[in-house]
Design a protein. Structure first.
Length: 244
């Protein structure tokens, strides 16, 4: 029986960003998304959440060129519903990687005004069904959304990196996570409208919309929806896996 809140068949695509090389993890032999957690590569743990969600027509995994075959091999090993997930080459930057996903959809004649992409860090393995579902719904309704949690610590701003320049009101501060989800065609149009200088300073896809005064809806994340970036994060993730 099809799930009540299923969005299957409504042009919704998962986009798993696995293009990083994991330099901040230290001297490791493979990118962090391929390191194992609970007996599986971190990428696979994240991908499983997308594969079992009924709302996606297809999941695109964006990997570094030299790791595409390896990514395909571990997916063949761990993902039973392999036909719903494809591996394509990522870009030089996060946003170019997302654009590669959109170009793939365009080549496959899957891109129209209603196409939604749910973009997610491959090193956030604890994303939930609720977060994915609310991202799909928010992107369909508002055109763009960002997953966030309220800031619990005071945020200190320093433009000089030496002295405090501002301490913003914590009650309106949030910590960004992923997924970030968009009407894909709208994202492409807004991105293409940026000049080269604007593109160079971008590290976040939602900022593309914010720079152009476009609305971005907030979706409530989870504290445990962590990104595994440093060795300490891996220890925290291992504790979370052990406690499941």
């Amino acid at each position: 029986m099809e799930e009540k809140n299923s969005n299957r068949g409504k042009n919704v695509y998962g986009v798993l960003l696995a293009g990083g090389v994991g330099a901040r993890m230290g001297n490791v032999e493979k990118p962090k998304q391929f390191m194992e957690l609970g007996g599986k590569p971190i990428l696979i743990l994240a991908l499983e959440k997308f594969v079992i969600h009924p709302g996606f027509d297809k999941i695109l995994v964006l990997a570094p060129k030299q790791w595409i075959r390896y990514t395909q091999d571990i997916m063949d090993k761990h993902i039973p519903q392999r036909e719903r997930a494809v591996v394509i080459e990522g870009g030089d930057t996060r946003n170019e990687t997302i654009m590669n996903a959109i170009r793939y959809l365009e080549r496959e004649r899957l891109l129209d005004e209603d196409t939604v992409i749910v973009t997610h860090d491959s090193v956030r393995p604890f994303v939930t069904h609720r977060i994915l579902q609310e991202n799909i719904e928010a992107a369909q309704q508002y055109g763009a959304c960002d997953t966030v949690i309220p800031a619990t610590d005071t945020i200190v701003q320093s433009s000089s990196h030496a002295f405090v320049s501002d301490i913003p009101d914590r009650s309106v501060m949030y910590q960004g996570q992923t997924p970030q989800s968009f009407k894909a065609k709208k994202l492409k149009q807004v991105y293409d409208s940026l000049n080269s200088q604007e593109k160079e300073i971008l590290t976040d896809a939602c900022k593309i919309f914010v720079m152009k005064k476009e609305q971005v809806r907030l979706v409530q994340g989870e504290v445990y929806n962590i990104k595994i970036t440093y060795p300490y994060d891996l220890k925290v993730a291992e504790s979370l896996i052990a406690g499941c």
